[in-house]
Design a protein around this ligand. Structure first.
Ligand code: NAP
Ligand code: MG
Length: 492
């Protein structure tokens, strides 16, 4: 079905509950608009009610027994097939992602490729879901552990990596034998729909993956409080994460929350400065700064601070901001008007706090930018560690430079924050690199590399307020979250 919105024909997409297409909820539909051109409605999706979500959870519960009874190797085959389907659509998916979220086409291509790899990885991991054999005190007892699925898993995801994040949750959940109800962010439902469509085309049984769209406060809330849900994996804001945490403590279900970051890049006097400038530029302004692992604090030793800033400003001046589909564009729009206003309000706060604006700070309004949420890449210097712009997550293209005397002060400033997701250091000294690895409080540490950019085959998760739940995402560790261990004593 298509509807005419503005000057575009736009498709109305369904939710998927128990393998069936659910066209519109009692609340009607909502529009998914392009942040680079707000006149373009990319897609229209149902605004489901709690009653609809309950049906999705019921169908996941019903599908569980049969799905869990398959061998993990059999389940993995569906994931590999879905990966192949997505691979055949990779360019179309990348274009959808850019139109829906705003990131550049190259960034979208990389994210789509990563999602495909994640599905392949967990598909193959079907043959590696194993327990452990341990010698028993009794010679005639076989003592071993088995892995069993949890049941129904609620998966709630943000808009900023709208294909990679759902993939790194859905794929390990399924291969472990769980059934899923997945709610994408309302800014980016179409790319999420395409994942579920690929799984359906791969022949996954009805009810195993259900796809529900609508408001966080309604659809998301039901996915959290429904007592048929056995586990929740959520990535999003610390505020919503806090609500889920309160609930999880009361209900005793397994919960994993990946929340915000305020990631530091430390630049020492012995760093390769050109390299540091390039990496900090990419980590701060790539993905328009809307990455949970984006560098938002550059902590630079006095000795090289001026030189670093000059080079950085020169580099950042060359960033072309525009529609992510256009050639040569290095930074797309921010995702929405609300987010843009929040970022601009932080620029005001920074100025009022006495930080010095080195470059940027404004909305772009030329003809090319008139229909989207485009901001200048923004850098503050003379930022002190206690300023709001150095403490709070801005989630946009704004970098704060903090000057420090030496390495020890750099580590102290890096750690003096409630977040602890990703951190990096630029140095040519191996001892300094190791000391940083040991002392920095972050779940991901990088040396001479940007704070952004994650490989799927290793665990990912933060320290402190950045994460909640002991089991990290991605890598083989993800299988620990989506399964429980049963210990077996088999006497013979
Ligand atoms: P958000 O507002 O918390 O939304 C995340 C998801 O939760 C969306 O699907 C949203 O639905 C849903 N939601 C909203 N309110 C809810 C509620 N009361 N109950 C249940 N679900 C609810 O976050 P966002 O603005 O999309 O994403 C940006 C945030 O995500 C940033 O803080 C960023 O740091 C964080 N993030 C963290 C990581 C990580 O791995 N640590 C990765 C990426 C992003 P609607 O879209 O319908 O509102
Ligand atoms: Mg959108």
């Amino acid at each position: 079905m298509s509807v005419c919105v503005g000057r575009f024909m736009s498709s109305v997409y369904p939710c998927i509950i128990n393998g069936e297409r659910v066209q519109a909820g009692v609340y009607g539909v909502f529009e998914d608009r392009n942040p680079a051109d707000v006149d373009e409605v990319v897609a229209v999706f149902p605004l489901l009610s709690r009653e609809d979500v309950k049906k999705a959870i019921d169908s996941a519960e019903e599908a569980f027994e049969k799905w869990a009874a398959l061998s993990p190797v059999q389940r993995g085959k569906y994931l590999v097939k879905a990966a192949q389907i997505m691979e055949s659509q990779a360019e179309e998916l990348a274009r959808i992602l850019t139109r829906e979220e705003g990131k550049t086409l190259n960034e979208s291509r990389a994210e789509v490729a990563r999602a495909i790899d994640i599905f392949k990885f967990y598909g193959v991991m079907g043959s590696r879901i194993r327990g452990e054999f341990t010698p028993s005190a009794d010679a005639r007892t076989h003592l071993f552990t088995l892995r069993e699925p949890l049941g129904v898993v609620s998966i709630i995801t943000p808009w900023n990596f709208p294909i990679a994040i759902p993939s790194w949750k859905i794929a390990p959940a399924l291969v472990c034998g769980n059934t899923v109800v997945f709610k994408p962010a309302s800014y980016t439902p179409l790319i999420g729909y395409k994942i579920v469509e690929a799984l359906n085309a791969a022949g996954i049984p009805p009810g195993v993956v259900n796809f529900v769209t609508g408001s966080g406060g309604e659809v998301g809330a039901e996915l959290i409080i429904n007592d048929k849900v056995d586990a929740i994996s959520f990535t999003g804001s610390a505020e919503v994460g806090e609500e889920i945490k309160q609930y999880a403590c009361r209900s005793n279900i397994r919960v994993q929350l990946e929340l915000g970051g305020k990631n530091p890049s430390v630049v020492l006097e012995d760093a390769d400065l050109d390299k540091a400038v390039e990496m900090v530029t990419r980590a701060a302004f790539g993905l328009t700064g809307q990455a949970c692992t984006a560098t938002s604090r550059a902590i630079v030793v006095d000795k090289i601070a001026k030189q670093f800033e000059e080079k950085l400003v020169e580099r950042v001046k060359r960033i072309r901001v525009g529609n992510g589909l256009a050639d040569g564009v290095e930074m797309g729009p921010v995702v929405g008007e609300k987010e843009m206003k929040k970022i601009l309000s932080y620029v005001d706060i920074g100025v009022k706090e006495g930080a010095k604006l080195l470059i940027g700070g404004k909305r772009l309004t030329s003809q090319e930018h008139s229909k989207g949420f485009f901001l200048e890449p923004t850098i503050f210097t003379d930022v002190t560690p206690d300023m709001k712009i150095a403490q709070e997550e801005i989630f946009g293209p704004v970098l704060s430079i903090i000057h420090v005397h030496d390495f020890d002060e750099a580590v102290e400033v890096a750690n003096k924050i409630e977040y602890g997701l990703s951190a990096s250091v630029f140095t040519t000294s191996l001892p300094r690199a190791f000391e940083f690895i040991q002392r920095v409080q972050a779940g991901v540490v990088k040396v001479n590399k940007p704070t952004t950019g994650l490989e799927f085959q290793v665990p990912f998760g933060g320290y402190k307020r950045s994460s909640y739940g002991d089991i990290k995402e991605q890598g083989e560790t993800a299988l620990d979250f989506y399964s429980k261990l049963k210990t077996v004593y088999l006497g013979y």
